[in-house]
Design a protein around this ligand. Structure first.
Ligand code: NDP
Length: 308
């Protein structure tokens, strides 16, 4: 069976950055990109907040450049999908979709997180045309416009508050008559004159035309159906960290995010590191994911040196 020094799972900013650093450190990393090369970033339209780009950059170009850089440094990037893991002892074993297996002395998990969507066909249709799951990424495009945020948790409150600094009006669509968010976040939202909370409402359909989203059709729990005009529709109903494959071995929090205690990328399994959104419920930015990929590679290098 093929054995390598450093395995990386995940083809997003965290994984590619880990591959750049691990390659330069002489770890000859093998990276499996998984089903969505480029990661979650590729679901946004344009990126204006990644340092180093004065002009907006499209996500395919940005993640493509990261990938190219990792290849140029010598990383072995493979299209394969990892379907299983045995982290009970070193070298760690990964089982691949094609039936093969590979082992590694160190493993960096950078499998990201997936934003939850409502599952409406209209929501899918207007993705990237007014439907977004990241206010920090896309809010800038809604200056002085009207937007809606779905959800009543901390993320929804945080995103609505953030958007209120840009948009002329923000609706919050909350399916119950209470928020799930912390008291402090609720207070901030309820005291914000630009935010109107639509309680007891569920989204029936995202409305739009060739130019993108134009409104939302809502159904109140009492049965009333009504439309609101909006230019942007933001989902904030939670994320699913892609840690399922590894949960038998690594410690996760109550939402499934891999725990990396202290100021490091170390998991509870010696030699297994986590980077990016799979271990970050809070910041979830390309730049923070890239930074944590760097940290994971440095931690892996140090670990392998100490073990040698
Ligand atoms: P949460 O799971 O806490 O909240 C999800 C929200 O979306 C809930 O209001 C839920 O409604 C609603 N929702 C879920 N599914 C649907 C649906 N199909 N239709 C309509 N509404 C739906 O997720 P968050 O992302 O907000 O937070 C995740 C974790 O991260 C939490 O622990 C949170 O505290 C933490 N966090 C902390 C922050 C901070 O401290 N600053 C910032 C952001 C997140 P319902 O309540 O009815 O289930």
């Amino acid at each position: 069976m093929e054995t390598v020094k450093c395995l990386i799972v995940g083809g997003g900013p965290a994984g590619y950055t880990a591959a750049i650093y691990a390659s330069r450190a002489g770890l000859s990393p093998v990276l499996y990109e998984g089903p969505e090369p480029g990661g979650q970033l590729t679901t946004t339209t344009l990126i204006e907040n990644y340092p180093g780009f004065a002009e907006p950059v499209d996500p395919i170009s940005l993640t493509g450049a990261m990938r190219q850089q990792a290849l140029a440094m010598g990383a072995d990037i493979r299209r394969g999908i990892v379907r299983g893991a045995d982290l009970s002892k070193r070298p760690f074993v990964l089982s691949l979709e094609d039936g093969g297996e590979i082992t590694g002395e160190a493993l960096i998990i950078a499998t990201g997180a997936t934003a939850k969507y409502l599952g409406l066909p209209s929501e899918h249709k207007f993705r990237g045309m007014g439907v977004s799951a990241c206010a920090t990424c896309d809010g800038f495009f809604y200056r002085k416009k009207v937007v809606a945020v779905v959800g009543g948790g901390d993320t929804a409150c945080e995103e609505a508050t953030y958007l209120s600094g840009l948009a002329s009006k923000v609706y919050m669509i909350v399916r119950r008559d209470v928020f799930r968010a912390s008291q402090a976040m609720q207070k901030r939202v309820l005291e914000n004159p630009k935010i109107e909370v639509l309680w007891n409402c569920n989204t029936q359909e995202v409305l739009g035309d060739a130019s993108g989203v134009t409104g939302v059709r809502l159904r109140r729990n009492d049965g009333e159906v009504f439309d609101i005009a909006v230019d942007g529709f933001f989902l904030a109903i939670g994320h699913h960290p892609n840690s399922d494959l590894f949960r038998e071995w690594v410690n996760v929090d109550e939402n499934g995010y891999i725990l990396t205690p202290g100021n490091s990328s170390h998991t509870n399994v010696k030699g297994v590191f986590a980077a990016g959104d799979v271990q970050d419920p809070r910041y979830r930015q390309a730049i923070t994911a890239a930074a944590s990929g760097c940290r994971a590679a440095i931690d892996a290098e140090k670990f392998l040196k100490e073990e040698a």
